[in-house]
Ligand binder design. Structure first.
Ligand code: 5GP
Length: 188
């Protein structure tokens, strides 16, 4: 764990964060591995246990909180828990780790590992644009979209606590910026 660098990409749900993370994972020279989080939410259609998330029941998640198995965890949405397991960091000794986690979780990783971690906030062009993207991707119910938009408003207020803010207007342009930042952090 000691030599790894940690890359935290955080952004409101629907900001293009997952696309950016997946593209970074394909850059061989960055030697990145995805930090698989645990969650108590149900898997979506194409999601696999152990690959996208470790899917746990709410009771199992709470048991693991009590056993102190998490580096950080959050009740990201009411009654839905997400967290990074200590074991995930321990198993990654040869690799740099990339996190697709919420804003508060990302800042907590930075607090625990300040020198090892770079935090990048992906900012959506506007709340209206974010809402359109969430509707168009067709993954969430109306009430889930509402919850995500409310959370996004809070998250944008925390953006300036991040090392860098990258606006996601055109994916290719934002991706180049993120790649440049991650590349120089890993190779510094
Ligand atoms: P989703 O349900 O769309 O997969 O994720 C909802 C939110 O939870 C996203 O902002 C995602 O980045 C965040 N999230 C995923 N894993 C973790 C984690 O381990 N810790 C925290 N704090 N947030 C997470």
């Amino acid at each position: 764990m000691s030599n790894s660098k940690f890359i935290v990409i955080a952004a409101p749900s629907g900001s293009g964060k997952t696309t950016i993370v997946n593209k970074l994972l394909k850059e061989k020279n960055l030697n990145l591995s995805f930090s698989v989080s645990a969650t108590s939410r149900a898997p979506r259609n194409n999601e696999l246990d152990g690959l996208n998330y470790f899917f746990l029941s709410k009771d199992e998640f709470i048991k693991r909180i009590e056993n102190k198995e998490f580096i950080e965890w959050e009740e990201v949405y009411e009654n839905t828990y997400y967290g990074t397991l200590i074991s995930e960091l321990e198993n990654s000794s040869q690799k740099n780790l990339i996190f697709d986690i919420d804003v508060v979780g990302g800042l907590n990783i930075k607090k625990k590992f300040p020198k090892q971690t770079i935090t990048i906030f992906i900012k959506p062009p506007s709340i209206n644009e974010l809402e359109t993207r969430l509707i168009n991707r067709n993954l969430d119910s109306d009430s889930s979209i509402k919850t995500r938009i409310n959370k996004a408003k809070d998250e944008i207020l925390l953006a300036d606590k991040f090392d860098y803010i990258v606006e996601n207007n055109i994916l290719e342009t934002s991706y180049s910026k993120v790649l440049e930042l991650v590349n120089s952090f890993i190779n510094e």
